[in-house]
Design a protein around this ligand. Structure first.
Ligand code: H2B
Length: 95
């Protein structure tokens, strides 16, 4: 159930509760900017603990103080599912 693809209405409803997040390339995406590289890496490490706890793993792209996140579910054919919304909310709680 949690790894069933969400429809467009469900994704838009989720985005209303996720400020700064977008739906792009079949993923929930957001770019975070930090003071420096160390802060950016610290964020990714803290995020990693939540991802492990949820058994759901983000795509992360880091350049210096920026971290770009894309969330979708491989087990659902790389579509957005409830698991991605859950992880996005956990990430928001970290910032
Ligand atoms: N992460 C993401 N993003 N998508 C998945 O489908 C997924 C995952 N599946 N983390 C999990 C692990 C699965 O491979 C394990 C077996 O539960």
């Amino acid at each position: 159930m949690a790894r069933t693809p969400l429809n467009t209405d469900e994704i838009n409803a989720a985005l209303h509760e996720l400020p700064g997040w977008s739906f792009a390339g079949d993923a929930l995406t957001k770019s975070f900017t930090f003071a420096d590289f160390q802060e950016a890496v610290g964020f990714m490490v803290r995020l990693a603990f939540h991802a492990e706890a949820l058994d759901h793993h983000p795509s992360l792209h880091n350049v210096y103080n920026r971290v770009e996140i894309a969330l979708n579910t491989h087990d659902a054919g790389n579509k957005v599912t409830e698991m991605d919304v859950k992880l996005a909310k956990a990430i928001e709680a970290l910032t």
